[in-house]
Design a binder for this molecule. Sequence first.
Ligand SMILES: [Zn+2]
Length: 103
Amino acid sequence: MTNPKTRERELNPRTLTARVRARAADLGVSERTVWRHVAKAKAVGPERVDLPKRYEECRYCDEPLPKNATLRRQYCDDRCRVGAARRRRELASFRDASRYRSR
Ligand SMILES: [Zn+2]
């Protein structure tokens, strides 16, 4: 979907380095962390290089996460993590059930 011009710019080593630096500063992580994501994105072959994203709020209860949370952090604690997994399961079984009914 990404047009070739954009892709060229994204993979141009000079602009990519600048973007990695800006992103690392933005997220408050080391450049290595961002480079690792870039390498992974290239290895798994997506159309564009996706740089890591930081979650600012818990994906379950929407409470803000601590500012010093690692990039990987998505939930406040285990309770929210488990709650989110349960919600995903319930949604999945609900979808299965409604697919059944509509037949
Ligand atoms: Zn939470």
